[in-house]
Design a protein around this ligand. Structure first.
Ligand code: KIV
Ligand code: ZN
Length: 520
């Protein structure tokens, strides 16, 4: 068995795609989960892109024990310096630098000649190598590049110390046979290629990213770059879960292994989907809600007699737990913790206490509690954010002609109340909250999903807002969908308050109000 390294770029190429941005705390949570999943490399971001990216890469570098942590950098000194600064404290740091090699990119984007590209490659890989031992070099738009020229660039990068050479299908243009031939060609023609790892990086514009990646592995690639749930630029990147499960399920055909703990796949998928608020399509291979559901009578009959009739891998192998009925009114903290252990969650004491309070609260509202309810509570309690504003209470009055919401919020131990009319309870509540903070925070996404079946199900709300060019996600969870929506809106506001001047402005306004009223 040849071991294929899994290079996860969920936090870089994935995060770069519209609607998928994450803040530092969220990226750290995902990175920790990727380490549990067993990926070999975590590409944590593009350090020069923003201060937020830089901080997230630094924070990830500080907590990751086993995986290599990489930062992307264009082939410039400034980019490479920034990348190195961000990863230098990682146990296993990597600088990933790239330059385009296709005629199209040379002429219209870089406005450079082929000789200039070779010179830049020489200079920048040498420079990166002077900072860090582990250097990955990528030929951007490799699949539309002239092969002879690309070989020259690759040989230059290897001579100057690159340890991994990546051949990206940047625009998702290639096909499995063509990509196979390209990787073989590089293996047979580039001097020094046997001393470095060959990596492949496929985009999914033609729906071929996974097939192309596997064809490249068959041609001799050592590392596959991919993302959880296949998120990424345009149609996305190759989906990690599909590549890994294809290699595992077809062991009879493929002589390749990965270090992925496949039982962590579903959990990682759910975490990425929860944090980004980007839902996985129900029929998505491996991690879609229907991936293991058997609907038709003939299939159900077959599966009852022998699962293998219609199941090529078990749901358990990807960590899909049956939705068991769990714990009841009299379950104590011990039983709750046992359940969490069983579900694979290892919470800190503070997280456990918070989750247990929520669980007890849920027992009062919901007759049957399932694993999915527990997982939703844990998700909701373990991704940290500073709660500057909290919800103290609300009252909705709604009819077919008018709705009003009265909201009570707590800010720094002081309570504030506000009443607003709106188009329905959610609109009225959000307006009442905006009245208190004195700023309008419009949402570009508002989505609510039932965690389980039944009319007493918990509603999980996801909202996304843009403020000063940064995107923020908020979550709320409750059996009352209005409360869930209000909590989600407050969580997005709390994240924005932490990063912006609104908090100081809001405090000044509150103090002025108090002075006018002669309080304080
Ligand atoms: O798709 C691409 O070419 C990339 C490179 C920067 C590796 O993401
Ligand atoms: Zn890419």
């Amino acid at each position: 068995m040849k071991r294929i390294k899994i290079f996860d770029t969920t936090l870089r190429d994935g995060e770069q795609s519209p609607g998928c941005s994450m803040n530092t705390d969220e990226k750290v949570e995902v990175a920790k989960q990727l380490e549990k999943l067993g990926v070999d490399v975590i590409e944590a971001g593009f350090a020069i892109a923003s201060d937020g990216d830089f901080q997230a890469i630094e924070a990830i570098s500080a907590v990751i024990e086993h995986a290599t942590v990489a930062s992307l950098a264009r082939a410039t000194k400034l980019d490479i310096d920034r990348a190195y600064q961000a990863v230098k404290k990682a146990k296993h740091p990597r600088i990933h630098t790239f330059i385009a090699t296709s005629d199209l990119h040379l002429e219209y984007k870089l406005k450079k000649t082929k000789d200039e590209i070779i010179d830049i490659t020489r200079e920048m890989v040498t420079y990166a190598k002077s900072l860090c031992d582990d250097i990955e070099f990528s030929c951007e738009d490799a699949t539309r590049s002239n092969n002879y020229f690309m070989i020259q660039v690759i040989e230059t990068a290897i001579e100057c110390g690159a340890t991994t050479i990546n051949i990206p299908d940047t625009v998702g243009y290639t096909t499995p046979n063509e990509y196979y031939e390209l990787i073989k060609y590089i293996k047979n023609n580039a001097k020094g290629i046997d001393d470095v790892s060959i990596s492949v990086h496929c985009h999914n514009d033609l729906g071929l990213a996974v097939a192309n990646s596997i064809a490249a592995v068959e041609a001799g690639a050592d590392q596959v770059e991919c993302t959880m749930n296949g998120i990424g630029e345009r149609a996305g990147n190759a989906a990690l879960e599909e590549i890994v499960m294809a290699l595992k399920t077809r062991h009879d055909y493929y002589a390749y292994d990965t270090h992925i703990n496949t039982e962590q796949i579903v959990r990682t998928s759910e975490l990425v989907s929860y944090i980004t608020g980007v839902k996985v399509q129900p029929n998505k291979a491996i991690v879609g809600a229907n991936a293991f559901a058997h609907e038709s009578g003939i299939h159900q009959h077959g599966v009852l007699n022998n699962k293998e009739t219609y199941e090529i891998m078990t749901p358990e192998s990807v960590g899909l737990k049956q939705n068991n009925l769990v714990l009841g009114k009299h379950s104590g903290k011990h039983a709750f913790k046992d359940k969490l252990d069983n579900l694979g969650y290892d919470l800190t004491d503070a997280e456990l206490n918070r989750a247990f309070i929520e669980f007890k609260d849920l027992l009062d509202k919901k007759k049957k509690i399932y694993d999915k309810d527990i997982v939703a509570i844990v998700r909701n309690e373990t991704i940290p954010y500073d709660e500057i504003i909290s919800l103290e209470g609300f009252n909705i009055s709604s009819s077919m002609t008018a709705t009003s919401a009265a909201i009570k919020l707590k800010i720094d131990d002081e309570c504030f109340e506000s009443v607003e009319l709106g188009d329905g309870p959610v609109d009225a509540s959000f307006k009442a909250i905006q009245r208190v903070i004195g700023v309008q925070i419009p949402l570009f996404k508002y989505q609510i999903n039932a965690v389980t079946e039944g009319k007493d199900a918990q509603g999980e709300t996801v909202v996304r807002a843009k403020y000063e060019n940064l995107e923020y996600t908020g979550h709320g969870l409750s059996t009352d969908i209005i409360e869930s929506s209000i909590k989600a809106y407050l969580s997005v506001i709390n994240k924005i308050l932490k990063d912006s001047v609104i908090y100081n402005e809001m405090k000044e306004r509150i103090d002025q109000d108090k002075m006018m009223k002669g309080i304080g």
